[in-house]
Design a protein around this ligand. Structure first.
Ligand code: NAD
Length: 324
């Protein structure tokens, strides 16, 4: 299969590229990425000389670039996005441009070139917040942050492209990912690297917000299942079954780095902060045999070890982004 992977230099996209090329000798991958602040060339270094790998530096909003790159691919796996909620609160425009406009440009090009499958990678955040129980794939979208609203818009455009034009689209909605190579502005790498540097970590509000955590490699295996076996026009949830509060997560990271609660400073809550996310993952388990393989405790320990051993990866990113 010849796969076009957008956003392949980012956290999840690069894991997908490394994983597919190391396990499937039949696949060929082209990465399309314009290397924003979160796209890191080094993430793709392990596959740089792989015969099945190519990389195009380009913007998914650029019609001509996308048109030229799309040709000759059987499938698209679309990760490229502006992905950080806090940045979307500071300024929503880049989120609308990349997440909404960029997705439409890709869908149009995929149609023109007769692409056989388009996997649109999305998030549980499109549903808003849930007090009890879990969302199914039929739950209404009710996003609260500009990031989530832009992802909801792109999900709907992708599904509309299937219904209107018959493009073979599948949408995945996943819970919070963690693992190696995650840009150090997100909570797990931010807290881990701060603690490794001996800096205090900023915990939002009362720390009671609940998130479900999934190791990035489990997410990527699920995307492969959906790519190969998902039904056209369907949405699939991907989750880890590891719901914990941000305060519990902080406690685990303090323990893993040998620190106490004096290293935590409480900061005012994020605007519009969703209280809890929870996905029902029965559909993907039943239809595609998905099972997450990595327990949160093991995965988090390995992740902390990775950041401890790879300071040369994150230190320049952190200082460039002035993360404090
Ligand atoms: P990331 O920020 O690490 O990576 C995004 C990548 O997209 C970067 O390489 C960046 O350079 C590229 N990109 C951004 N704008 C682009 C543009 N206009 N043209 C081409 N490339 C562009 O994000 P991530 O955490 O790897 O997330 C990937 C996808 O997964 C996103 O669509 C996100 O919404 C979704 N998702 C993420 C999570 C999570 O926990 N991180 C959970 C569920 C879903």
């Amino acid at each position: 299969m010849r796969i076009l992977v957008t956003g392949g230099a980012g956290f999840i996209g690069s894991e997908f590229v490394r994983s597919v090329l190391s396990t499937d000798s039949e696949s060929r991958i082209t990465v399309l990425d314009n290397f924003t602040y979160s796209g890191v060339e080094e993430n793709l270094a392990p596959v740089a000389h792989h015969p099945g790998y190519a990389c195009v530096r380009g913007d998914i909003c650029d019609v001509e670039t996308v048109d030229a790159v799309m040709s000759g691919h059987d499938a698209v796996v679309h990760f490229a996005a502006e992905s950080h909620v806090d940045r979307s609160i500071d300024g929503a425009a880049p989120f609308v441009r990349t997440n909404v406009m960029g997705t439409q440009v890709l869908l149009d090009a995929a149609r023109r070139h007769g692409v056989g499958r388009f996997v649109h990678v999305s998030t549980d955040e499109v549903y808003g917040s849930i007090g009890t129980g879990s969302w199914t794939e039929e739950s209404p979208l009710d996003p609260n942050s500009p990031y989530a609203a832009s992802k909801a818009g792109s999900d709907l455009l992708a599904l509309a492209c299937h219904r209107t034009h018959g493009l073979d689209v599948v949408v995945t909605r996943c819970s919070n990912n963690y693992g190696s190579h995650q840009f150090p502005e997100k909570v797990v790498p931010l807290f881990t690297t701060h603690l490794l540097e001996g800096k205090r970590v900023p915990l939002y509000g009362d720390g009671g917000n609940v998130r479900d955590w999934l190791h990035v490699s489990d997410h990527c295996h699920a995307i492969e299942l959906v790519l190969r076996g998902g039904r056209a026009g369907e949405v699939y949830h991907i989750g880890g079954g590891s719901e914990i509060t941000n305060k519990e997560l902080t406690g685990m990271l303090l323990e893993a780095t040998g620190h106490g609660w004096d290293m935590v400073r409480q900061v005012p809550d994020r605007k519009g902060h969703d209280r809890r996310y929870s996905l029902d993952i029965t559909k993907i388990q039943r239809e595609l045999g998905y099972r997450p393989q990595i327990s949160f405790a093991d995965g988090l320990a390995a992740t902390v070890d990775w950041y401890r051993d790879n300071r040369a990866w994150w230190e320049p990113l952190k200082s460039r982004a002035a993360l404090s």
